[in-house]
Structures are given as C-alpha cells and as structure tokens.
Design a binder for this molecule. Structure first.
Ligand code: FAD
Length: 517
C-alpha cells in the first residue's frame, strides 16, 4: 500500500486534515498503465486536496491532466473497474465544502482540457449563435472569445474565474437569472462522460434524461466535457445603479416590482445586498458608492435596525443609445422608493461590469484576504418566508463583526427548468440569500464559530419552517440529502445515479452516495 499524509494547512482549522491517502498495489498499477494523451501524477497531489473554502482537505491518490475526451473516458473506466476508487472532476476548485475532492481517489483537472469555438450564426439545427466550450474552460475566457464576435452569453455568475462544468453542475445564478434563468437554463447541448466511461451527447431532445440530470446534478451523473451555450449580441456599456433602503418591506417590494416588468422594460440585471449600519468600506454603507466615495453619516436615516439594504441595477446600452439613456433609466427608477439622497450611478464597459469581482480579488489578494477560509452559506428562501427571514436572521443574527458580503435578490421559478436536478423552493418567486463570510487570519471570530453561526441559521430556518433550500448544498448524510431533494426529486436523482454512475464513482466530495464496493 502506498500511503501519503496531508500536512495540515496552519492557516485554517481543518475539519478533516491529516487524511491519509492510500492506494493498493493493484490500483497503483491500474492507474500507472493508463494510455493517456495527457498525464497522470501520484506526487504533488495536495494541489487538488483543498478548495476556495479552505475548510475541508482530502488528499487524492492521483491527479489526471486530460488532453482529450478519451483521457476522461479512460480515467473514469479504470476507476469504475477498481473495487474502491472514486473520481472527482475539478474545475477551478472554487467550491467551499470539498465538493471537488476525492480522498484517496483520482481528481481530473478539467482546466487542462481546452477548447472554445464560437458559432456566430449558429449551425443547422441551432438557429441562434452559440459557443461550444470545454467543461474546464473558465467563463472569463468564454466571454473574451465571444466578445471578439460581438456576442456574449446571457446568464452569468458574479465571478467569472469559475469553470463551465463546475457552475453547470450547480446552477450558475446571478443578476440576470430573473430575466433569462440561471446558466443551466441557457445550455443547448452537452457532451458528457458518464460514470461508465461512455461519452454521450445530450440535449432537450437527445438523451434528455441525462441532459436534465447533469444540469444542476452536482457532478453525480457524468463529467461535462463540452457545453453548447446560447449567445446574444453584446452591448458596449452598462449604466450601473445602486439605491439604498432602510426598510426591508420597501426594499423587497421594489425588487419584486422590478423583476416583474416585461422583458423590454426591465433592467438587465437586478441584485440586492445587506450592509451593516456603520462606515466600514467592506461591509458598511461606504461599500455602496462607486470609486471609493464616502457617504456623510448625517445622510443615513436613524430609523430601521442594525442593517441597511441596497438594490443593484444595470441597464445595458450602446453608444447610439446615449441620447435617450438618462430619460429611459429615470423612468425605470421613478416608481422606486429608495432614500432619494442615497443613489449612486456610474457607466462602465460591459466586460468590466461582468468581470467586476476580478478587481476585488486582486485587491483582497494583495492584502492577504483572498486565500483565507470561506465558510459560505447560500440559501434559496421562498418569498412567503422572506419577511420572517429578515426579522429572525438579518435583524437578529447579523452582528457588527460580520465579515464578507451578504446578497439578497429575488428569482422567478418560471425561468428554471423543473426537469433539471437543481433544487429550488416550490414558489413562483424565491430569494437567493448568500452569507459570503470570510474568516480573517488575525482578527474576528474563529472559523469554527462562523461555521456554528451558519448551522444556527439553518436551525432557525428549520424550526421556523421557512422552507429554505441550500444552494451549493452541503449535507453530511443520506437522510439530509433526501430532505434537501424531497421524496419525488430524490427518487429521480437516485434513479439517474443508478443508471449513469452505477458504481457510485463520481464526485464523492458531495457526500451523497457512498462508493459501491
Ligand atoms: P469545482 O469546485 O471545481 O467543482 C464543483 C463541483 O462540480 C464538484 O462536485 C465537481 O466534481 C463538479 N465538477 C467540476 N467540473 C465538472 C465537470 N466538468 N463535469 C461535471 N462535474 C464537474 N455561484 C453562483 O451560482 N453565482 C455566483 O455569483 C457565484 N459567485 C462565486 C464567486 C466566487 C468568488 C466563488 C469562489 C464562487 C462563486 N460561486 C457562484 C459558486 C460557484 O459557482 C461554485 O462553487 C462552482 O462549483 C465553482 O466552479 P468550479 O469550476 O470551481 O467547480
């Protein structure tokens, strides 16, 4: 037996550090003999042992760097033929709870499989422009390639240094989701290597069960080697607006009114945030204005609780719209009831807006605040519970030392395909609520107490029967997963697993199906 030991990362409080990575001689021989176009390594596997969360660590026995779809097939088939091995596709490793890890198993680094092809005029059978992108390509590179043709995908996450396969395995949610659905609603076709090592093309009409299963499928049914994504004409610039509120009911009423406008009259992007009622530049009211401007504290109303809210809006435009832009945006803002003195506006190029978090990453990295533990909690909260959620959680549980952004914005169920594996509340409108905590290296609460606060939020939601569903879910046992899916969806999910990955080889880091020996 070949045994390795993962040395604990001293910057964090690992929950499962020091996990040994052991491989039998048979598995070692099996993996050593794989006929790959790319490569495989048994050394330096710690690069795939952690993720953006820096909470869970699991050392794989081997890493495969595929150069072809055949490599992915070869690796999956070999792992499936072994009695105990598992395999995780890893995109950017930007999960926060070990979802792309495979303890003692094989990690496939999907970013080494390249390929972006833009079809500006579509092709027979696909009348609209699209891009074919390899599963490990990053959204930022897809954006850059499509912009060369004056095109861009329609649906985005806030951050673009994520892989196509990783986000499509979850949903891919952002400010455009209310309008065009999540990223998984904007896929025309997928190429997938199943847990049996078969490469299968699937779409709404071809192998549809696999297509819907893989979208939002947490990597359980196959590895996405390529995705065909819908494109639209790209605009040149955006008008970017932030408007502040003290009253939660007014804030949510305005958000819901905004997402209910007909497509031609709606903003192109709508999100919302909770900020602390203090001057902090990261979490307080001074995080709201653009370009480092500050807000005079006397402008902040006394009323309301310990937090403030703001809506973030975007209207895309081209240079030739400039003549009417002010009037159009003013008309769209007219019905809103934000604090009149607390509205901020800027115009930026479209690409700069979509890639806005990259500047934040660069700045935080330079301060040593990017590669720190991220005990994030993302929830979908039904509209009928959002007022209780504000009272029980935002107003009661969010303290002045909260570190990291808090997002809250409404989504429409009709923009999601109920046949996909993604789990959302059973109401026509629900909110994304994201507690994007960072655990500061030298100050603030310990990582363990931040994780405990997330657990407490889940407990309060459960006890008050708010009907919340975790997004980017993290559950520890099969019973919790069954509750997450609900009986009917769980049956479909488990049936698809038995069909497409019968040895339960894929994505072990999700902790849903233990490997069948
Ligand atoms: P990984 O962490 O590498 O993998 C995630 C899961 O997908 C794993 O189970 C893995 O095995 C599986 N997987 C990876 N590649 C494939 C593949 N090719 N085929 C099949 N399965 C695969 N999410 C949003 O929805 N909206 C946001 O705005 C958003 N912003 C974010 C900002 C930051 C800074 C970060 C760190 C994350 C953000 N996320 C957001 C979450 C992100 O979408 C998920 O964590 C996503 O899984 C990350 O993609 P990845 O490529 O790093 O996936």
């Amino acid at each position: 037996v070949v045994c390795l030991l993962l040395v604990r990362d001293e910057t964090s409080e690992s929950q499962d550090a020091k996990a040994p990575s052991c491989l039998s001689r048979e598995d070692h021989a099996l993996l050593s003999s794989l006929p790959l176009d790319g490569s495989l390594t048994f050394s330096n596997t710690s690069s795939a042992a952690s993720d953006f969360g820096l909470i869970h660590f699991a050392l794989p026995a081997a890493i495969v760097y595929p150069k072809s779809v055949r490599d992915v097939q070869v690796a999956v088939s070999a792992v499936a033929s072994s009695p105990g091995l598992t395999l995780a596709a890893r995109g950017r490793g930007h999960s926060v709870h070990g979802q792309a890890q495979a303890l003692n198993g094989v990690v496939i680094e999907m970013t080494s499989l390249k390929g972006i092809r833009v079809a500006p005029h579509g092709e027979p059978g696909f009348g609209q422009p699209f891009v074919d992108a390899a599963g490990g390509e990053l959204w930022i590179d897809v954006l850059k390639a499509t912009l060369k043709e004056g095109l861009a995908p329609r649906s985005w996450t806030d951050y673009l240094y994520l892989s196509i396969g990783g986000t499509l395995s979850n949903a891919g949610v952002g400010g455009q989701t209310f309008l065009v659905g999540p990223e998984i609603s904007n896929v025309l076709q997928l190429d997938v290597v199943t847990g049996l090592g078969h490469s299968v093309m699937c779409s709404q009409t071809k192998n549809a069960d696999l297509f819907h299963g893989v979208l939002g499928g947490l990597g359980q049914f196959g590895i996405i080697t390529s995705a065909r994504i819908v494109l639209e004409p790209a605009h040149e610039k955006v008008r970017w607006v932030r408007a502040m509120y003290t009253d939660f009911a007014t804030f949510t009423r305005d958000q819901e009114m905004l997402i209910s406008q007909p497509p031609g009259l709606a903003f192109d992007y709508i999100e919302g945030f909770v900020v602390l009622k203090n001057e902090d530049f990261n979490n307080g009211w001074n995080s709201v204005p653009f370009d480092g401007q500050t807000i005079d504290p006397s402008m902040i109303p006394d009323e309301g609780g310990s937090v403030l809210y703001y809506i973030e809006l975007v209207k895309k435009f081209n240079w030739n719209d400039m003549g009417t832009l002010n009037q159009t945006v003013e008309k769209m803002l007219a019905p809103l009831r934000f604090i009149p003195t607390l509205i901020f506006t800027t115009d930026v190029p479209y690409e700069k807006f979509l890639n806005r978090l990259h500047d934040v990453e660069v700045s935080l990295s330079s301060q040593g605040l990017w590669d720190v533990p991220h005990p994030w909690l993302n929830l979908f909260v039904p509209r009928s519970s959002i007022t209780s959620f504000d009272a029980l959680i935002f107003k009661h549980m969010i303290k002045g030392d909260f570190s990291g952004p808090i997002l809250i914005y409404p989504l429409k169920r009709e923009r999601w395909d109920s046949r996909s594996s993604a789990v959302i509340p059973d109401e026509s409108i629900f909110y994304l609520v994201a507690f994007l905590r960072i655990s500061l290296p030298s100050s603030g609460p310990l990582l363990s107490s931040l994780i405990a606060e997330n657990d407490k939020i889940m407990e309060v939601c459960h006890n008050a029967e708010l009907g919340c569903k975790m997004y980017l879910p993290e559950h520890v046992d099969p019973e919790s997963w069954k509750r997450h899916f609900g009986i009917k969806r769980w049956e479909t999910f488990a049936r698809r697993k038995r069909k497409y990955d019968p040895h339960f080889v894929l994505a072990p880091g999700q902790n849903i199906f233990p490997r069948i020996q």
